[in-house]
Ligand binder design. Structure first.
Ligand code: DX5
Ligand code: ZN
Length: 227
């Protein structure tokens, strides 16, 4: 994985058919996905449950691009090794998930993964300042984590701009997660984002049997770059 700041669309499989993840991943990659975003939820840090390392490992066999694993779990540290072994390329942990995010980021890199730091909408991006050199990616949540299909939180645009200035020319991705669609995408890209997670806006209207809408949806979001 070499670093570049070109726009990347990362469909979230939270909006895919849970009984058919393998073929969903193949379909959305064939339709132009740059990364695959995998949402892990524990019913404790966030009020929803998804799946754990065995599912991520099973998915890995179908992902040919970057597998971007978003851990919405607390505690995080006891599970880092298992998710790394499951084949995650990027492991993103929340700054709010425990008292030792510095240790968590160290542990993610020590496990051989790229390290991501996620911040909830209620958390100032300034808190990331002492951690930036330990991060390969900062994920700015533009919804409260836990569910797909929520509305984009406008006030996060200022935070994205602030983070972009803080990062400067360091090789750190700015990822946006939540409510990304063809309307919000140009604005987050203008604010400095380079990785756009999108669940409902990518998977709506399509299926494994009829995947062309995935491609059209991705193209509409990617057009953000030219806006
Ligand atoms: C929310 C997840 C997101 C979610 C985004 O907690 O982290 O990745 O899938 O869904 P949309 O794009 O529908 O807002
Ligand atoms: Zn996510």
């Amino acid at each position: 994985m070499t670093f570049d700041r070109s726009l990347k669309i990362a469909p979230s499989i939270l909006a895919a058919d849970f009984a058919d993840f393998g073929r969903e991943v193949q379909a959305v990659e064939a339709q132009g996905a740059d990364w695959i975003h995998v949402d892990v939820m524990d019913g404790h840090f966030v009020p929803n449950l998804t799946f754990g390392p065995p599912m991520v490992k099973a998915l890995r066999r179908h992902v040919t691009t970057v597998m971007d694993v978003h851990l919405m779990i607390a505690p995080v540290d006891p599970f880092i090794e298992a998710f790394a072994e499951a084949g995650a390329d990027i492991l993103t942990a929340h700054i709010e998930a425990g008292p030792h995010i510095h240790r968590t980021l160290q542990a993610i890199r020590a496990a051989g993964c790229r390290a991501g730091l996620a911040l909830n909408p209620g958390t100032s991006v300034q808190l990331a300042a002492p951690l930036l050199d330990m991060c390969d990616l900062v994920c700015v949540m533009t919804v409260n984590p836990g569910f797909g299909g929520q509305s984009f939180i406008e006030s996060q645009l200022d935070q994205i701009r602030t983070l972009r200035e803080m990062i400067g020319d360091r090789p750190i991705h700015i990822e946006i997660d939540g409510g990304v669609d063809p309307g919000t995408a140009p604005r987050v890209v203008a604010a400095g984002a380079d990785v756009l997670v999108a669940g409902s806006a990518v998977f709506k209207g399509g299926s494994v049997a009829d995947p062309a809408p995935y491609g059209a949806n991705i193209a509409r979001i990617r057009a953000a770059n030219k806006a």
